[in-house]
Design a protein around this ligand. Structure first.
Ligand code: GRG
Length: 333
């Protein structure tokens, strides 16, 4: 039973007792959501100069009920990197320090989902259990909504950290969102799907796995790693701590993606809140199509264990991160 003591407006970190290990993750994510959602709302309290329809679309997309994985990674990384005594005494301090970074990363994620769902890209009608942004509004508004969320992410991040940390953080978030990461991975993914490649596609199992990893490392993994790094930077992490978080993020990102492919192959619309079975329909390379279901599951579990092992030198305050790695490969949404 969760013992909730939260005052999200004042910024208190809710606490809980109850389930342990991966079983505790849904409650831990619920605590992240109750901490971060009021801050997402506040970040969208803009002046009258923000066009009303645009602002409505931004609210619709950013506040939709996602898992808030990326804010969780930011906040839990910050907590893991606080000096042990301080983290135990005042975990809330770590969350408060990193809150702006957590909001910024969720904005980038929400923008990428809005744009990915557009007819010119993945052409989806359902996202987070609701009509996609361009369905609920219109295509032009959805494009502008993504553009605006992206710009606001950087404004939010820079205003939330002391200058030298902010400069480093901005570079981290910009790289993870840019042509060598999120956008580049998306572009190559589309190129493969639409036959725009100037070479034949990957052949043979190993080449296909390497191909998928190169796409997902950029399209999905880079933002997870940026989230962890930003949380660490906000908490004043040292290089060893940052390296541990990054090693965790690499393995976690791939484990997440394999699990996502498995959900597309085996999950259902009611629990995932999005259309499933699309990858197979489009003949897309996925872990289950290349490796089969059981080998994909085996790799996901091994990667989750690898992610957890990367945190061996971090204190007990990294436990939420540890548990998240095993939960990510067993989730149903
Ligand atoms: C348009 C620049 C641009 C990039 C799009 C995010 C993305 C790149 C594509 C989304 C397509 C997709 C399903 C990718 C797989 C991984 C992924 C990002 C899944 C959604 O993330 P979750 O499960 O979503 O964390 P919630 O809704 O819970 O936040």
């Amino acid at each position: 039973m969760m013992v909730v003591s939260h005052d999200t407006a004042a910024g208190t970190r809710p606490t809980a007792g109850g389930a342990s290990g991966a079983g505790a993750v849904p409650q831990a994510l619920a605590r992240v959501m109750s901490f971060i959602d009021p801050r997402l709302e506040r970040a969208l309290q803009l002046s009258d100069d923000a066009a009303p329809r645009l602002l409505e679309a931004m609210r619709y997309s950013l506040l939709a009920p996602g898992k808030r994985l990326r804010p969780a990674l930011v906040l839990w990384a910050a907590e893991a990197c606080m000096p042990a005594s301080a983290a135990e005494a005042t975990p809330i301090q770590a969350w408060d320090t990193a809150a702006g970074a957590a909001v910024a990363v969720e904005m980038i994620h929400a923008y990428s989902l809005v744009h990915d769902d557009l007819p010119a890209m993945d052409d989806d009608d359902l996202r987070r259990g609701r009509p996609t942004c361009h369905r609920a509004f219109d295509e032009a508004t959805a494009i502008l909504c993504g553009d605006a969320l992206q710009a606001l992410a950087f404004e939010t991040l820079v205003g939330s950290l002391p200058a030298p940390v902010a400069a480093r953080g901005l570079r981290v978030l910009a790289q993870a969102s840019g042509p060598e990461a999120l956008v580049g991975g998306q572009s190559d993914d589309l190129a493969a799907e639409r036959g725009w490649l100037d070479r034949s596609g990957p052949e043979g199992r190993e080449e296909q796995v390497a191909w998928m990893e190169r796409i997902h490392r950029r399209k999905t993994g880079a933002l997870f790693r940026a989230a962890l790094t930003l949380g660490g930077l906000a908490a004043g992490a040292n290089d060893r701590q940052l390296a541990a978080l990054d090693g965790y993020g690499r393995a976690f990102g791939l484990a997440f993606q394999i699990a996502d492919d498995l959900l597309d192959a085996e999950g259902n619309e009611a629990t995932t809140g999005k259309r499933v079975g699309k990858d197979a329909e489009r003949g897309k390379l996925t872990y289950p199509t290349v490796l089969g279901l059981s080998e994909s599951r085996r790799r996901a579990v091994a990667l989750a264990a690898e992610a957890e092992s990367m945190l061996s030198e971090l204190p007990a305050s990294a436990d939420d991160l540890r548990h998240l790695a095993s939960w990510i490969v067993t989730r149903d949404h």
